[in-house]
Ligand binder design. Structure first.
Ligand code: GAR
Length: 209
């Protein structure tokens, strides 16, 4: 099984969905550690309660020294033999060097149909734009925020009386379904990053390579 680290900053509901999926015997990846950059992330308790190893690597003391934070993070990832990183509500940007190091091996989830509505308040952005469909996107991480080759998307209908809260709740249901599916594809080698594109192969092709 591929060894996965989930990085969180908060609630950790996507983390919990990944942990649940990975508990299935035939899931191709195991959650080796959950790492939070914030001591107060609620997801830490959830992870520990599931028997998953947790680590806190605070980013705040590093201030603008992103490389310093990443060096400490990389140490922790190396120590645990991590092969894949899943960002799950991890609210800190990485340097291009760190992203390059994890090229094709780091996924993120964002609650909009990217490339629409990247960045902060995607639900408010979607409502203000008046779109009739929104959703969630799992994508490979590239240096630009909330961009990168798309692995999987799921859509929901936007209702006239939606608020950011009700829309976010509906999209979260989609997030919890597609993130485990996307991780499964990556762990099985069925998707890979080639230049700027996410390539999907059939099971037969993956077995040959
Ligand atoms: C999720 O909706 C995730 O898509 C979003 O933060 C939330 C974290 O919730 N991520 C981003 O906005 C990244 N730009 P969770 O901690 O319960 O998984």
């Amino acid at each position: 099984k591929r060894r996965v680290a989930i990085l969180i900053s908060g609630r950790g509901s996507n983390m919990a969905a990944l942990i649940r999926a990975a508990a299935e015997p035939d899931f191709p990846a195991e959650i080796a550690v959950v790492i939070s950059n914030r001591v107060d992330a609620a997801g830490l308790q959830k992870a520990a309660a599931s028997g998953i190893a947790v680590e806190i690597i605070e980013s705040k003391p590093f201030g603008k020294d992103r490389a310093g934070f990443e060096a400490k993070l990389q140490q922790a990832l190396d120590a645990r033999g991590i092969e894949i990183i899943c960002l799950a509500g991890f609210m800190r940007l990485f340097t291009a060097a760190f992203v390059q190091r994890w090229y094709g091996r780091m996924l993120n989830i964002h609650p909009s149909l990217l490339p629409s509505f990247p960045g902060l308040d995607p639900h408010g952005q979607a409502l203000r734009a008046g779109v009739k469909l929104s959703g969630a996107t799992v994508h490979f991480v590239i240096p630009e925020t909330d961009a990168g080759p798309i692995v999987m998307q799921g859509a929901v209908v936007v209702k006239d009386d939606d608020t950011p809260e009700t829309l976010s709740e509906r999209i979260l249901g989609v997030e919890h379904r597609i993130y485990p599916d996307a991780l499964q594809l990556l762990a099985k080698g069925l998707v890979r990053l080639e230049g700027d594109l996410c390539r999907t192969s059939t099971v037969e092709q993956a077995e040959q390579s």
